[in-house]
Structures are given as C-alpha cells and as structure tokens.
Design a protein around this ligand. Structure first.
Ligand code: KIV
Ligand code: ZN
Length: 515
C-alpha cells in the first residue's frame, strides 16, 4: 500500500472486537455479509476474528480470507505459537493476510493477569512476533493496556517488537481511560523515543468507557498514528470501540482542522450501519452521530425554516454524503422482476440468480398483503432471505389465541436438514411460541429482552423483533421481520437460538495460551 503522509489506514474490527460486545454474536453467513459490506465501504484492513477462540471463529476468518480480494484480512492471536499457528492456518488462502498478536504491558496486567515479570514479557514479545513474521509478512503487534503502561517499558517493548518484524504497532487504550491530550503525547513520545519507530506504522485502538474513543483516536493521529482501529456503529467490548463513521466524517467535514483522509466510500456508511445493526440485533440510538435515525432530522420550526432557505444553515454535511435517502415508495404487487432487480441494484444489493428469485418471491408475497412497499421493507426482505442457510429454520406456523381456550403455538421446523414439529401452550401466543422453541437446543436459555418495532409506517408495516437470550453469562441477540408480529417474534427467537449454538462453542481465551 502506498501511503501519503496524511492518509489514515482504517482497520475495522467489527467482526472481532465488535463481536465481543454482549449479545453480538454473528453467524458465519452474517459475518461474510458484513465482510463484503466492509470491503465495499473501502476499509483497508478487516479483523475477521480470533481464530483460536472457536471452530466458528476459525471458519469465519478462513472464509472471509477466501472471499475478499482487495482488503487485508487479519486474525488476532495471543503471544503464543499455538495461537499464531491457528491464525496463520485460517489466513492461508487470504490474498493479503495479517497476523495481529498482542500481550499486556501495563504493570497491573503483567502482575495480575499474566503473572509474568517485565523481562518475561519482553522475551515473549520477541519470540511471538518473530514466530508470526516467519509465517506472514504483515505482522501487527499490540501492547494491551498500552495507555496504562510506563513509558520506558513501552519504548522497550515496541523497539523489540519492531526488531522482531512487526510492521504495525498498535497502542490500545484497552480500558477507555486516556484523554485526547495524553494520548496524542503518548504517540508523539513513542515515535520520538523508539529508535526504530520509522520502520512501523503506528495505530490507535480506543474503547469508549468515558465517551472519548473518537476524540482519542483523532488525537493519536495528530500525534503521528496512521492507522485507526474502529467498528461500525462503535460496537465493541463494554461501551464499545471508536465509531468508524464518526471518525471518517469528522475528517471529511473538518479538513481545515484535520487534513487527514481515508479510502472510505462514505455513501456506503448508512447501508453498512444498518446491516451491522440488523445482524447483531443491536439498535443504533436515535441521536447517534452520523447513523442515528435523528442525525439528519430537523423538527423545530426555526431549524426547518432555515433548512428550507439554505440547508447549510443547520447541516454541516449532507445526508446523501453518508448514503441516506428518504425511505421512498418503492413498488407494489404489479412490479415485475426487472424493476425489482433494478431497485436492488440501486440499493447496493447484487444477488446471485437463486438468491434473487427467492427475494423476489418474498417480495411478491409481501406485496400481496402490504399495499405500499418502502426501501426499508426491501432491506428487511433481503436480510431475512439471506438467513436461509441457518441451522434451524421456521417452515410453518399456527397460533391459537382466543377467549375460550389456552393460547397455543405449533411450528414446523427444519433443524439441520431434518423436519420436525413442536408445540406448546402458554400465557398468550408469544409465551406459547417461546415455550415451544426454548428447549430445542437443549439447556434453558433465559429471555432477557423482547422488543418490537415497525419497519415502516401504517398498520400493515412489517414488524421487526429483537429477542435477547442469556445462558451461562453468554448473551445473543436474534432478529426477525415479518408483516405478522407473531411470526417475526418466532423468527427472532429462532435466529437467537442459531446464534446461541455458535456462541456455546466459543470459549473465552485465557490471558495467556501455552506455547
Ligand atoms: O482493547 C484491546 O486492547 C484489544 C487488543 C486485543 C488489541 O482489543
Ligand atoms: Zn479492544
């Protein structure tokens, strides 16, 4: 990659740090769709997972690596040969692989988490980075809890990592503790004091515990960093990571103050944000910068009046620049295949023939029951459709809900290719449905959240349901959409079970793996 001095590399970790958010587990198919969307968005590096964490993570890294042809695909690995071997194996087919290895360097983490002396940590850095470098030309090294590390030890560790072959050095603010001024100075001092700093690109990775992740990331760039690690919608551990869309639009909008640029195609921001929100089941708060539902809405009379006279009175960037269009009236039941394909194209969906036919059938079914179809209805159809290769699928349903008998629900399901029927009674049709489905994976997941939204307006709008399940401290969000709220609820529950199945397999890696 040739980089001019103000070009900032965007390293997206939605699929790794983002997926570590409570409830944010994604299925393999969903990860592939997000990876594709991120490549279309123009990110430079995609951290596709933590290959050793589970077979599912390994498979995701390996399939993303095979799918993407332009973007660097990266896997995380602790400072151990086993982790690094697994990462390298998963990245075998990547056109542009990167191994990202890390170890903690703060006194607190070294003493309590790793139970290693500083000298042992230094040896581990030299060993792990050189081991990774023998397997891959592109190696990133991170000093976990970097912002709470003593500066002299930070210089020493970074010098060793670069000497061992690291080409990118990431200094994470793991616990979201730093401030913009402090972080800018940390970056500047590292670059000034590490003798071989000119041989690496420096990177930021900020968590948002104090709401400073975006400001801190920008400050680090002002201090000399040229890679930002971030996520779509700012999802990530605890309060999340720095939000990609906020950083990119801040650079773009305030070139006078921040003359940095990225390769992001900003017109794909909204589409990518919606996809991530749908597949993770994590709603975007309405007043969230750039991608929130209210980010470009003007309700007060004074503002509306100003907007009508000149949009710049209250708008510092245009909705079009992030790909926001009014939810338009699309078409109805008389629209044909050609018009539907054109509409999908205009919305950025390129579907294969089978996928297209299946989406078109759903579109026709929906048009039969819903007079007016909007862009968001089409998005819901395509999102639903792309779930069809899930482990557990809903094939038919029946609900009884009246004043004369207990409510009941009966479902036809396809589970791992086998057809089956489940039924239950309950306190209303939703309760009956969830009881019928609850035991399907064994265990008894606990329902933490059940939330219903309308995708568009009107009483015939599709319902969009989120279901959050918890089991042994692991949470997953499932998502479903349908004109019938009950069916949407059942789809959301089944989606959550499919995710729980993936998440059960994932073990939380210990602080340090055996060599
Ligand atoms: O927050 C952090 O320190 C991380 C590292 C693994 C890069 O996510
Ligand atoms: Zn992190």
């Amino acid at each position: 990659m040739t980089i001019d001095k103000n070009r900032v590399i965007i390293f997206d970790t939605t699929l790794r740090d983002g997926e570590q958010s409570p409830g944010c587990s994604m299925t393999l198919g969903e990860k592939l769709r997000v990876a594709e969307a991120l490549e279309n968005l123009g990110v430079d590096v995609i951290e596709a997972g933590f290959a050793i964490a589970s077979n599912g993570d390994f498979e995701a890294v390996s399939q993303v690596a095979q799918l993407l042809k332009e973007t660097i695909v990266c896997s995380l690995a602790r400072a151990s040969h086993k982790d690094i071997d697994r990462a390298a194996e998963a990245l075998k087919k990547a056109v542009r692989p990167r191994i990202h290895t890390f170890i903690s360097t703060s006194p607190l983490h070294m003493e309590h988490k790793l139970q290693m002396t500083p000298d042992e940590v230094i040896d581990r850095i030299a060993d792990s980075v050189s081991y990774a470098r023998n397997l891959c030309d592109d190696v990133e090294w991170s000093c976990e809890d970097g912002t709470r590390t003593e500066m002299d030890f930070l210089y020493r560790s970074i010098e060793v990592a670069i000497k061992a072959g690291a080409t990118t050095i990431n200094v994470p603010d793991t616990v979201g503790y730093t401030t913009p001024d402090e972080y800018r100075i940390i970056m500047q001092k590292i670059i000034e004091n590490v003798p071989n700093s000119n041989k690496a690109i420096f990177s930021t990775h900020c968590h948002n515990d104090l709401g400073l992740a975006v400001s801190n990331s920008i400050a680090a760039v002002q201090g000399g960093a040229r890679q930002i690690e971030c996520t779509i919608n700012g999802i990530g551990e605890r309060a999340g990571n720095a939000a990609l869309e906020e950083i990119v639009m801040a650079f773009r909008t305030r070139q006078d103050a921040m003359p940095y640029h990225t390769a992001i195609n900003t017109k794909n921001i909204i589409r990518t944000s919606k996809l991530v929100s749908t597949v993770t089941g994590l709603d975007v708060q309405h007043n969230k910068a750039i991608v929130g539902a209210n980010a470009f809405a003007h309700e007060s009379g004074i503002h509306q009046d100003g907007m009508l006279k000149n949009a710049e009175t209250y708008e510092i960037m245009t909705p079009e620049s992030v790909g926001l269009k009014k939810s338009e009236l699309v078409m109805g039941k008389h629209s044909g295949r050609h018009a539907f394909r054109e509409k999908l194209k205009e919305m950025g969906y390129e579907l294969g023939d089978n996928e297209f036919m299946s989406a078109f059938t759903r579109f026709k079914d929906l048009a039969d029951v819903k007079k007016t179809l909007y862009d968001d209805d089409i998005i819901a159809i395509v999102d639903e459709d792309q779930r069809d290769n899930e482990y557990m699928k809903l094939t038919s349903w029946s609900f009884i809900c009246d004043s004369w008998q207990a409510s009941s629900a009966t479902f036809g399901l396809e589970v791992d290719g086998e057809n089956m029927t489940v039924t239950s009674q309950g306190n209303g049709p939703v309760d009956a449905s969830f009881k019928a489905l609850r035991g399907l994976l064994g265990g008894s997941p606990h329902l933490e959240l059940y939330q219903v939204h309308a995708v568009t307006r009107g009483t015939d709008a599709q319902a969009e349901v989120t279901v959050r399940l918890e089991e042994d401290g692991k949470t997953v969000n499932g998502h479903g959409a349908h004109v019938d709220t009950l069916v949407a609820s059942v789809k959301a529950y089944i989606n959550a079970l499919n995710k729980l199945r993936v998440k059960r397999e994932k073990t939380a890696p210990e602080a340090m793996a055996d060599q």
